[in-house]
Design a protein around this ligand. Structure first.
Ligand code: FCB
Length: 458
């Protein structure tokens, strides 16, 4: 039996725009995802987050579901456009009322609330002024963070500033597959910096308010060479690792931007956005690093290959290898060794900060059989990845908790509602929730604080 350390925290994660719905309720302002999802062709099926899981109205039942599973922590996100409908300016207390109620409900069930302050739903009013390409957005974030902390800080102990700034910057401003849908490499790099600055300023603001545990959630990728013996592939790994991992982690851990990455992005224009004290601000000490992991990435040096486009600006001549093994419904390769490698690498290269797996999970084509969802593939995915976490723990990585993505099936961004990641199935017509077999399996893992003897099964 794979026993986890005493006090290991089991939980699940969601994000505001993916589950809340109620986009016009109680003074919420529009976000870039409201705008983007209404743009023809931007989201599969023309889906929007307008109703989503209607969690805004059903949060009590959803917390009861969490309690039934035995979750000890719940990572959700606070919608900036509910709290500051215009991005800056007066705080909308009615928007904060919702999170106030949610936090109380969680605590009354013994579940630790772990809010993320930014999970991609930038107020549209800020995007109209340049969004993350505008330095003022980072300052606005710190003010918004203070407003949330003022209201919830007496009951919330663990704070996350941003979720996956890589996605916000490169998918939002580089490839344009996420909101706000811009396709400008220079804008993507500028956004990276202002997101990091927002993290630093936000961390300072939270701490000034008395917050004790503040962290950042990233989606580091295990970048691997297609041919382990090729020097050219190793170079490709270094570049992609720089653009995806080191560009965020080095400055956050006080080492500043890596020189090779700065040289690379200089090809897209002088980094005029880098003010003298910024790297110091970004290096504000953190108390936890959240790791979201889904799949590894394989790259090869291939002259003439188009590279990663706006997702990895300037990687022409690099081939991103399509998944070779079994995949999830997203087409993402299933390989738990990537998670174990990442946790060991983070522990080695960026020591001293406790790690949390803040998202891990999978979409599969779930089938309902006589009212039951038999999702053996998801159980096997979770089981495999938890064994990888267990292995990293055994090798000394300081991993404190594991949060499944996701509690509920939800709005999977550009893919809409057809990709289902939940432990709990949602019927979007009736809003009926049905815990899947994986939810029952997870409950027994939590109860035993251990994985079952053989992988899979209930
Ligand atoms: C992550 C996001 C999360 C969800 C999962 C599948 O990148 O943080 O909101 O969409 O992917």
């Amino acid at each position: 039996m794979s026993q986890f350390p005493e006090g290991f925290v089991w939980g699940a994660a969601t994000a505001a725009y993916q589950i809340e719905g109620a986009v016009d309720a109680d003074g919420r302002g529009p976000s870039i995802w409201d705008t983007f999802s209404r743009t023809p062709g931007a989201v599969d099926g023309g889906h929007t987050g307008d109703h989503a899981c209607d969690h805004y109205h059903r949060y009590r039942d959803d917390v009861a579901l969490m309690a039934d599973l035995g979750l000890r922590a719940y990572r959700f996100s606070v919608a900036w456009p509910r709290v500051r409908p215009g991005g800056v300016g007066p705080t909308n207390q009615r928007g904060l009322d919702f999170y106030d109620r949610l936090v109380d409900e969680l605590r009354s069930h013994g579940i630790t609330p772990m809010p993320t302050l930014y999970h991609w739903d930038l107020p549209q009013a800020l995007e109209d002024r340049g969004g993350w390409t505008n330095r003022a957005t980072a300052e606005a974030f710190a003010e918004y963070a203070t407003a949330v902390h003022d209201r919830l800080g007496d009951r919330v102990d663990k704070w996350v500033t941003l979720n996956e700034p890589w996605c916000s910057a490169y998918l939002g401003y580089g490839s344009g597959i996420h909101a706000p849908g811009r396709t400008d490499p220079a804008a993507a790099f500028t956004a990276v910096h202002h997101l990091l600055l927002a993290h630093g300023l936000g961390t300072q603001a939270l701490r000034a308010g008395g917050a004790r545990n503040v962290g950042l959630v990233v989606n580091p990728v295990a970048v691997r060479p297609a041919d382990p013996d090729s020097a050219a592939d190793a170079e490709a790994v270094r570049l992609v690792d720089g653009l995806h991992n080191r560009i965020f982690l080095d400055p956050v851990f006080g080492n500043g931007y890596p020189p090779d990455v700065l040289a690379h992005l200089g090809r897209f224009g002088e980094p005029t956005w880098l003010a003298e004290t910024d790297e110091k601000t970004i290096a504000a000490p953190i108390d936890l690093l959240g790791v979201n992991y889904y799949n590894p990435t394989y790259v090869a040096a291939r002259p003439g290959a188009p590279g990663g486009g706006g997702t990895y600006p300037g990687t022409e001549g690099i081939e991103f290898r399509p998944a070779a093994g079994p995949t999830t419904a997203m087409g993402w390769e299933i390989d738990p060794t990537g998670l174990g490698d990442l946790l060991r690498r983070l522990h080695r290269d960026y020591p001293g900060v406790p790690l949390w797996v803040t998202e891990n999970g999978a979409a599969f084509e779930d089938r309902m059989v006589a009212g039951r969802i038999v999702d053996a593939a998801r159980i096997s995915y979770l089981d495999g990845h938890l064994r990888a976490v267990h292995g990293a723990l055994a090798d000394g990585a300081d991993v404190r908790g594991y949060l499944v993505w996701s509690l509920l099936d939800n709005f999977e961004w550009a893919w809409g509602y057809d990709k289902r990641f939940g432990l709990v199935h949602v019927d979007y017509r009736t809003q009926l929730r049905t815990p899947k077999d994986s939810a029952h399996w997870y409950r027994s893992v939590i109860a035993r604080n251990a994985l079952p003897e053989a992988g899979g099964g209930r």
